[in-house]
Design a protein around this ligand. Structure first.
Ligand code: ADP
Ligand code: MG
Length: 268
């Protein structure tokens, strides 16, 4: 079976790509203890790397930028690290936020094949993993394009109040262009709605409008401080011990099952 390679994207920042990726990774690794997951942090800000990494990170350590740059002979396997969770590995961003940003600039000037660097680096590793989940920067730059070229499915993460039909049109155009030119397998799976206000009329209206534009993957994720606290404290929602955290964990579990195409573990 081919390994699902899923990219979490939205050219807007602050919509919850990284937080959603973190809790989905937790949901997936809890669902199947023997699963082997690779997380790829394509955001120069490195937030996913910060919340997944064990111990302190050093800007001298090899990181994703080294595997993508033509100035380095590193392959992706050389930069993959263990994380706070045994069955989740990470291709990390350097704590030096300029490192991956520099590679992005390098890609702008690079010639043919610059959009396939990640795909070429990732392909040999796919047999070792059951799932690859990629977190993107808040832009449609060459790092995001590399993620879309390497992926099989794209998932838009969006805040319901900030969802923009125009933003989605632009993202869809980019996905269609990548599909046409570089990656015919790429499929826009749908949207995960984050920071949803289910108790307001505006929140419900926004959701209905979004659902008429794009397929929703799982139930919308509400705004809850515990989602921020748990990721920043590098802990699972299930270790948090409250009913609310448990219900949120169930929500991510369901969304993860839908993404993994596992109907036995999904309820919608
Ligand atoms: P992005 O990766 O799209 O830039 P983040 O995942 O970093 O967005 O989220 C932006 C901020 O919002 C972070 O501080 C995060 O902890 C917080 N956040 C994200 N989703 C939620 C949520 N559902 N409830 C509460 N806070 C959230
Ligand atoms: Mg982020």
């Amino acid at each position: 079976m081919t390994t699902p390679v899923i990219v979490m994207c939205n050219q807007k920042g602050g919509v919850g790509k990284t937080t959603t990726t973190f809790h989905l990774l937790d949901a997936v690794r809890r669902q199947r203890h023997d699963i082997r997951v690779l997380a790829v942090d394509l955001d120069p800000q490195g937030n996913l790397s910060t919340i997944l990494s064990r111990g302190t990170r050093d800007s001298a350590d090899a990181c994703l930028a080294d595997a993508l740059s033509d100035r380095s002979s590193c392959s992706l396997i050389d930069v993959v690290n263990e994380t706070i969770w045994p069955n989740v590995h990470l291709a990390p961003t350097s704590p030096d936020t300029e490192a991956l940003a520099y590679v992005r600039d390098e890609l702008v000037l690079a010639g043919a094949g610059r959009e396939r660097r990640l795909r070429d680096a990732l392909d040999p590793l796919l047999p070792a993993y059951d799932l690859v989940l990629m977190d993107c920067p808040p832009s449609l730059d060459l790092l995001t394009i590399n993620a879309l070229v390497a992926a099989r499915s794209a998932v838009v993460v969006s805040q319901s109040a900030l969802f923009s039909a125009n933003g989605l049109v632009r993202l869809r155009r980019t996905i269609d262009a990548v599909k046409r030119s570089y990656n015919p397998e790429l499929h826009l799976r749908g949207a995960i709605i984050n920071l949803h206000e289910r108790n307001t009329i505006a929140g419900r209206e926004q959701l209905a409008e979004i659902a008429s534009t794009i397929e929703l993957v799982g139930d919308p994720i509400p705004k809850r401080v515990v989602l921020k606290d748990a990721s920043e404290a590098q802990t699972s929602l299930l270790d948090w011990g409250t009913t609310d955290a448990r219900n949120l964990a169930a929500l991510y579990r369901n969304t993860a099952a839908l993404l993994m195409g596992d109907p036995n573990n999904a309820t919608s």
